[in-house]
Write a protein that binds this ligand. Structure first.
Ligand code: XMP
Length: 513
């Protein structure tokens, strides 16, 4: 997509690079991450309003230390270096960087020693967050020191002639008290950005772009009932109207009543043109006797693609496929070097576009999940739908450990519904990234009334997360857990024991399979 103004972020491998992008976008300025191998020619073509050099795990003197062409310093574009970025600027322009005996990690005090456009509005002393080994020993010629910290006497520098700035700490991390102000100072005082990155601007330029791309052709979309594909479909509908054909395949592996709710939302509130396919029996049949998690995922993925393909062939002259791919998926697939082990085969309609010779429309390739949610609000999609927790493609099948049967789906649906309803009642639902129940392939002995029972164990899972990549288990009050456990054991036939999962990701994953 063409952006009126963009801040280019050059990635030197820091775990916080995505956070920099988010902070910039939260200030309503569009930003995008590029690998440090980007050429100066490409940068010139992009015409960024500013460049941010990210942190990174290496020392600038390491043999394979990442670098970007020195010519970026002569482009007349404002530059901000963060941590490794500062060290890179210092070394490349003739300053001195050294390993420090004291590694500085965590919170520390930052002192402003000279007024600067970068630190405007920030108190003379504030808390910043550090994570580095090397420090700048002497700044390059033409640079002045504007701030210090205990272990980094050269903690912030500027070169007013060249419009180049650098800080040793991480302004993008929440623990840095005035980090947001510093980033805004860079964007607005130094780069003169206009803050035009808003959901409504995004929507109008996306609609224009999709119209131009699709013309009078037809597009199809697999509406899973998830937030991303739904918002994508509503946006594309605005651009191409009746030429968008949606297909919803009911796998029978959805939450309680979810398919009916989705159907109502799609047709009566969102006015989407949807074909509903109830394929639950086919999925059940193919999952019979299957207990291996990867095999389950593959069967579901392949069956889904098969049915979607059959259905879409019934619509003539389709040229495009709409997908709700998000930015983190795109960056991850670009930046991961080498081949990582398959932890879980994610179920998407991957492979379909090539197979069916379709071109892709992915309006959210540049967005984070919370940005998609904002676009969804702006498009008038109801809030309770937008705020729904993520749901995995293979649905409840990966939450029923062991064989998936109709009875076990029913037990899980009932228990999960009680858990989620209680979360909503207690206003906890929106504080949690994802919560669900898991049915274990384990029976335990219980006593109900005077009778012995031998029934299923059910686990509850609730995690906080920003993007699903890492997650912490949610510390519920004991009373809440006790209430949910009681309700489930009393109301759901087939469950006589409830446990709470207290594992974080990593080393566990969010889903159990
Ligand atoms: P894990 O279990 O790998 O999950 O920690 C991370 C996030 O991804 C979701 N998930 C999926 N999403 N297709 C999806 O679209 C899938 O096959 C799939 N499997 C897991 C999971 O719910 C969590 O939000």
């Amino acid at each position: 997509m063409l952006h009126k103004e963009i801040i280019l972020i050059i990635d030197f491998g820091s775990q916080f690079t995505q956070l920099i992008t988010r902070r910039v976008r939260e200030s309503k300025v569009y930003s995008e991450i590029f690998p440090h191998t980007i050429t100066v020619e490409s940068i010139k073509n992009i015409k960024p309003k500013g460049i941010i050099l990210s942190g990174g795990p290496m020392s600038v003197y390491d043999q394979d230390a990442p670098s970007v062409s020195k010519e970026i310093f002569d482009l007349n574009i404002p530059i901000l270096g963060i941590c490794y970025g500062l060290q890179f600027i210092s070394k490349e322009l003739g300053g001195k960087v050294e390993g420090s005996f004291d590694r500085e990690y965590g919170r520390t005090k930052f002192n402003i020693i000279k007024n600067s456009k970068l630190t405007e509005g920030i108190p003379n002393q504030s808390i910043v967050w550090m994570s580095h080994g090397d420090i700048v020993k002497s700044p390059p010629e033409g640079f002045e020191i504007i701030g210090t910290s205990e272990h980094s006497p050269i903690c912030a520098i500027e070169n007013l002639d060249k419009n180049i700035y650098g800080v040793q700490f991480h302004p993008e991390v929440y623990h840095t008290e005035f980090g947001d102000r510093l980033i805004k100072n860079f964007l607005f005082n130094i780069c003169k950005c206009e803050a035009d990155w808003t959901p409504s601007n995004f929507i109008s330029s996306s609609i224009e772009e999709i119209k131009n791309k699709v013309g009078n052709s037809k597009a199809i979309c697999a509406l899973s009932g998830g937030v991303d594909s739904t918002v994508a479909a509503v946006l594309v509908k605005k651009a191409i109207g009746e030429n968008l054909h949606c297909i919803h395949i009911d796998t029978g592996l959805m939450r309680k009543n979810e398919s009916q709710q989705i159907e109502k939302l799609f047709s009566s509130q969102l006015d989407l043109n949807v074909k509903y396919v109830n394929a639950s029996q086919i999925f059940l049949q193919r999952l019979k006797n299957i207990t291996d998690p990867e095999q389950k995922r593959k069967i579901i993925g392949n069956t889904f693609i098969e049915i979607f393909e059959q259905e879409s062939k019934k619509i003539e002259d389709v040229e495009f496929l709409v997908q709700g791919t998000l930015y983190p998926d795109v960056i991850e697939s670009v930046s991961v070097k080498g081949k990582s082990a398959t932890i879980k085969t994610h179920h998407n309609v991957g492979g379909l576009p090539e197979k069916m010779n379709l071109k892709l429309i992915e309006p959210f390739r540049e967005l984070f999940k919370d940005e998609v949610r904002k676009v969804g609000y702006e498009l008038g999609i109801p809030e309770d739908f937008i705020m729904r927790h993520p749901f995995p493609g293979p649905g409840l099948a990966v939450r029923i450990l062991g064989e998936v049967t109709e009875d076990r789906i029913k037990i899980l649906q009932e228990a999960d519904d009680i858990f989620i309803s209680e979360l909503k009642r207690e206003n906890l639902y929106n504080k949690i990234w994802q919560a669900f129940a898991v049915l274990l392939p384990v029976q335990s002995v219980g006593v109900m009334g005077d009778a012995r029972t031998y029934e299923n164990v059910l686990a509850l899972r609730a995690v906080t997360s920003v993007d699903g990549m890492t997650a912490d288990w949610y510390p519920f009050e004991n009373e809440f857990l006790a209430k949910v456990s009681n309700l489930i054991i009393n109301k759901v036939n087939g469950v006589n024991r409830v446990v709470y999962d207290i594992s974080s990701k990593p080393p566990s994953t969010i889903e159990w399979e």
